[in-house]
Design a protein around this ligand. Sequence first.
Ligand SMILES: Nc1ncnc2c1ncn2[C@@H]1O[C@H](COP(=O)(O)OP(=O)(O)O)[C@@H](O)[C@H]1O
Ligand SMILES: [Mg+2]
Length: 255
Amino acid sequence: MSSDSCPLELRDLTTGYGDVAVVRNASMRFPERLITTIIGSNGAGKSTVIKAAAGLLPAWKGAVLADGVDITGEAAWRRVGRGIGYVPQGRVVVPEMTVQDNLEIGAHILKGDRAKIDAATRRVTELFPVLAQRLKQLAGTMSGGEQQMLAIARALMTSPRIIILDEPSLGLSPKFVDIVFEKLKTLRDEGLTVIMVEQKASRALGVSDLGYVMHLGKVVYSGRAAELIENENVKRLFLGQVPEELQALAEDADA
Ligand SMILES: Nc1ncnc2c1ncn2[C@@H]1O[C@H](COP(=O)(O)OP(=O)(O)O)[C@@H](O)[C@H]1O
Ligand SMILES: [Mg+2]
């Protein structure tokens, strides 16, 4: 691996839906063993850019590189095989299946290897002990925060090196937001490269190493998270405390 390559990188990426480009010439680097967070207003193109990184949307222009290797045309399932995990927005679990069966969906590339699946289950339930006691419980009967942990645990079943999360804190009570962000730090400290998109911009930057700010499909600011938090323009335009506080109030009811 050359010194300037990193586990995942987007170069000059343009993509969108139909004939509308919603991400334009975005360049982002996601260095090893760091948490990089993408913030920006609603509709800025954050989800779109990470879908292109995960292989769920084709790049119209530009490139996606993994360890310096061009994987632009590679299918999403092949990227999973490379160690790129993706957790979609909205704690997507199968509610009528048990926690264990949800985890096993995540382990499909282990091809039914019982010993490997059991080892993976042990690993993820160590990280999320709340799931350990609930393996036989139907996923839909757990709280929103627990379902989000299950969604993350499922993506970890294949031991990815990189985990990409779309708004992991969405709809969670403040207590679960803290837990989820702490788990992401643990994963980073264990060696994962963590990439997330977040609406809770200041809190997310607070647990991140690096940040990108998107607006209207473009990267408008980037740098060390600690510096972005102090940047007057970023503060004024993207880190409004009031909207975040209101959002937290609205979400308090939904633990
Ligand atoms: N499946 C889709 N089809 C068409 N347009 C979409 C689709 N998903 C998102 N968009 C549009 O792309 C733009 C960026 O969306 P998105 O990446 O979801 O923004 P963010 O995640 O930053 O809120 C928005 O204008 C949105 O309406
Ligand atoms: Mg989004």
